[in-house]
Design a protein around this ligand. Structure first.
Ligand code: USQ
Length: 400
């Protein structure tokens, strides 16, 4: 199949280009390198060194024996996007080109508005371009499990049956997201549902949990093919941060009591699931939702798993509870479905500790890079709008 990846230079996009090419798909992609700029803006670097796109494309050629089609550009540049899609005529468009960080979107007015402009308008442009030049393509849109929040009832996959005042209907399950970033994904959801309904586009909205991991097998040993791995408070997700903290002997930063529960999945499962969605498209005009995660864990359970993996590779791992910078429930019910992907053949990895051991071994050679940025491991972007770097640097555990 011909697959277009928006955000091909990112953590997931770069891995997906390789995963799909290894399976015989023809891949084209675009990126404006915003992720590289955002991480630099928050004072950090990727723990795994990443290469320029020129070097990445050369490595791709060497490793896979074929060219990866790439044009630098921005989804907000509509003429660019429209003409690229018109030329390539994809069967599937994987949209990974959004600003993905909750804390970054909560920093201040400019970051909240910038996140909305980039994410919501970029997605609208994708929908309009599909309508105009490739209406039969299948949009695989990266949403987030965070759209649902943490309701005190089970979470279905996108829709639920409701009976209200004696009448029944199938309705969008309520969204209750926890940041301005997560809200952009809710807006995308409604725009995508609408576009499918009025224009007959087809889309799979992926409600993805928190991804972790440093590699997939398809990357081989060539360092130029590795994906980035962030560990700062904005772009580092929980397990990725914990793994980087573990390798430099920094206490794992569990926020609050640490009973917040989320769905998590290793990068290799994310690749498997996205590929299942691409290779099993919906009917024309259909909008469907896949909840995408391997298993649900509390943040404390994850920290314990990172400690177990660390001990196995000879690291001494401490866990500390830090004042939670986010406004979120720390004790709650959490029971989301994830049946659609299983029905299509998803085989969950199920071994977080083994995956974290691989991560730790990958990260140990880059200890110095992480060590140099040690001061950004403790968060200071607070949901109440204040930044208290000086307080937080001396943060004492609230519940260790
Ligand atoms: N957390 C800690 N310590 C840390 C980092 C995070 O305790 O050092 C906690 C957070 O308070 C939160 C949980 O871990 O309760 C998850 O935080 P996260 O930063 O790993 O994930 P989140 O902000 O929810 O966002 C990430 C991705 C985002 C994606 C989302 C999926 O950055 O793009 O949409 O995971 S989900 O969480 O299911 O919404």
């Amino acid at each position: 199949m011909k697959v277009f990846i928006a955000g091909i230079d990112g953590y997931l996009g770069w891995a997906l280009a390789q995963y799909l090419t290894a399976r015989g798909h023809e891949v084209a992609g675009t990126d404006r390198y915003l992720r590289r700029q955002w991480v630099e803006e928050v004072g950090s670097v990727s723990a795994i060194p990443i290469y320029s796109m020129e070097e990445r494309l050369a490595a791709f050629r060497d490793h896979f024996g074929k060219e990866l089609q790439f044009r630098e550009g921005d989804l907000l540049d509509y003429p660019f996007l429209r003409s690229y899609l018109e030329d390539f005529q994809p069967d599937a468009i994987v949209h990974l080109a959004e600003m993905p960080s909750a804390p970054y979107s909560m920093m201040d007015q400019a970051h909240a508005v910038g996140t909305h402009t980039n994410n919501v308008n970029g997605s609208l442009n994708v929908l309009w371009a599909m309508r105009e030049v490739c209406p039969n393509a299948h949009l695989v849109k990266l949403g987030t499990m965070g759209e649902y929040g943490t309701p005190n009832v089970d979470i279905p996959e996108g829709f639920f049956e409701i009976e209200y005042r004696g009448r029944k209907d199938r309705m969008t399950f309520p969204r209750n997201p926890g940041s301005f970033y997560h809200l952009t994904k809710v807006h995308d959801t409604h725009n995508t549902i609408f576009a499918c309904r009025i224009w007959g586009l087809s889309a799979t909205d992926i409600m993805q949990g928190v991804v972790f991991g440093t590699q997939i097998d398809e990357m081989g040993d060539d360092p130029r093919l590795r994906s980035r791995l962030d560990f700062d408070q904005c772009f580092g997700t929980a397990i990725n941060r914990f793994a980087c903290q573990a390798v430099i002997g920094h206490p794992l930063t569990v926020y609050g009591v640490g009973h917040q529960k989320r769905g998590f999945l290793p990068m290799r499962d994310s690749m498997q699931c996205l590929t299942i969605a691409i290779e099993n498209p919906p009917k024309q005009g259909e909008y469907r939702v896949f909840n995408q995660f391997e298993e649900c864990y509390t943040v404390t359970e994850l920290a314990e798993k990172v400690r177990e993996a660390g001990t196995a590779v000879g690291l001494d791992v401490e866990i500390e509870h830090f004042d939670n910078p986010r406004t979120e429930k720390e004790e709650h019910y959490y029971n989301p479905d994830r049946q659609h992907l299983l029905d299509l053949g998803y085989k969950p990895t199920h071994d977080v500790v083994a995956e974290v051991k691989i991560m730790l071994k990958d990260l140990i050679p880059h200890r110095e890079r992480i060590m140099e940025k040690r001061e950004i491991l403790v968060p200071d972007i607070r949901w109440d709008g204040t930044r208290r770097r000086s307080n937080v640097l001396t943060a004492s555990p609230v519940n260790s």
